[in-house]
Structure formats: C-alpha cells, structure tokens
Design a protein around this ligand. Structure first.
Ligand code: 13P
Length: 252
C-alpha cells in the first residue's frame, strides 16, 4: 500500500480577524517545525492574505472555506478560483455541511466547484457526511457514498493528489460527540472502496481521506490508528495553537 502523508487542516469557519490570524501563526509557527504531517489552515477570506504573508517559506499550506466555480463574472459576494490562486491557496473546502445546510450548497454545485478547483490546480477538500436521523435509519453508507459519487460526476483525476475527502458526520460537528474510530473507519473505508471503483485501486490508495467532527488531542491517536484515516479536518480545536499542535503531532 502507498504511504499517504497525513494532513491536518484547521477549518476556522467564521473565526479570527487579521490580527487574530497573525497572532495565532506567531504562536504556531515555532511549534510547527516538529510536525512531520502536512498542515493547512483555512481562515476566513479576509484573513487569507495576511496568513499567506506569515506562512511563506514555512511549508504550511493555506486553504479557503468555499469558492465559486466561475473564474469571474456578475456574482455579487462570491470569490473565484483565480482569486484564491493569487493568494495563493493550495486547498479549498468544498461542500461543508454548514454550507449545504445554511447556504443552499447541493451535490450539483459541489460537483461544479470540484471540477473548477481541480482545473485551476487548487486541491478541493470535499466534505461528506450523514445527519443523525440518517444514521439512526441505517442510511449512513448510502447517503455518504451517494454524495461522493455526485461530487465526482465526470471528474477526472491524474494521480490521486488532486483531491482530498473529509468524512464529517453532521452529528459530530461542534457537539463534542466524536465518531468511534471503528465507525469512522467503516465509512472512510467504504469511501475508499467507492474511489477504487471509480478510479481504480492504485489511485484510490493515493487519495487522502480525513475525519472531521469533534477531533481533539484526546481522540486523535485512536482515529489515526485506523488504516484508512489519513488526518483530520478540525474546527473548534484548531483555533488554539497549542491544542492544534497536539492534534497534528499525535505520533509524539
Ligand atoms: P469541530 O471540530 O468543531 O467539531 O468542527 C468540525 C468541522 O466542521 C471541520 O470542518
């Protein structure tokens, strides 16, 4: 099996203005030298530029939390992939459940954004996950695999490094209720199997699949011990430099 470099991405959601972003990175950068995994931060759009200046040369990556699929046009309030490239952003979170729930994101818009991000060389972190009701009705795998398939409709990939998935059960986001490592592995293993049906075994082994939902220093080690979990998309616990450092350095 190909070794996949773990990725720990902080999704700051609507937190941290420019000053708070700079203060965070001032605290985090000295710690980052001891981390062998890949690290990415996804601050709000308004903090991206300041974050890019700060992390230059550090090896830390930057991501946005959303984007439009068009490269320009009359789309008031939207941000284009070319604008993200200019920062530059390496990643963009696509289809987070908060966007699906509050901002009318659909499997179709997710698919358009995934295609556009790959076209412009920005790696999408594609979020999928079931609600509590869907889980209780035993629909978890069908819901999640359907989201995966629709996100990847007519999406061509080159080497498996062109995209990342994040399995984020909605009931685990911001609730303190983390999925058990075996439940997370079951879904993430099923996502990898679906990817192998779509792109072949070899490419599927190169695609990183993260877990997200109440990740903390106390639960990351067990999650990372699962064979198909390649890192985490971290919300609340990524807002504090020391806490995020503890998560990203789970090995030590
Ligand atoms: P929490 O880590 O706060 O549960 O959020 C997870 C998440 O939504 C990351 O995208």
């Amino acid at each position: 099996m190909m070794a996949r470099t773990p990725l720990f991405a902080g999704n700051w959601k609507m937190h941290k203005n420019v000053k708070e972003t700079v203060d965070f990175l001032d605290a985090f950068l000295p710690m980052a030298k001891g981390i062998s995994s890949e690290i990415a931060f996804c601050p709000p759009f308004t903090s991206l530029w300041a974050a890019a200046e700060k992390i230059r040369g550090s090896g830390i990556k930057l991501g946005a939390q959303n984007m439009h699929w068009e490269d320009k046009g009359a789309f008031t309030g939207e941000i284009s992939p070319l604008m993200l490239k200019e920062i530059p952003c390496d990643y963009v979170i696509i289809g987070h459940s908060e966007r699906r729930q509050y901002f009318a994101e659909t499997d179709e818009t997710v698919n358009k954004k995934v295609k556009s991000a790959i076209k412009y060389g920005i790696t999408p972190i594609i979020c999928v996950g079931e609600s509590l009701e869907q889980r209780e009705k035993g629909k978890t795998l069908s819901v999640v695999l359907n989201q995966v398939e629709k996100a990847l409709f007519e999406v061509e990939i080159k080497d498996g490094c062109d995209l990342v998935f994040a399995y984020e059960p909605i009931w685990a986001i911001g609730t303190g209720k983390v999925a058990s490592p075996s439940d997370a592995q079951e879904v993430i293993g099923a996502i990898r199997k679906k990817l192998s049906q779509l792109y072949g075994e070899k490419l599927s082994q190169r695609i990183r699949i993260l877990y997200g939902g109440s990740v903390k220093p106390e639960n990351i080690k067990e999650l990372m011990a699962q064979p198909d979990i390649d890192g985490a998309l971290v919300g609340g616990a990524s807002l504090d430099a020391k806490t995020f450092y503890k998560i990203a350095s789970y090995e030590s």
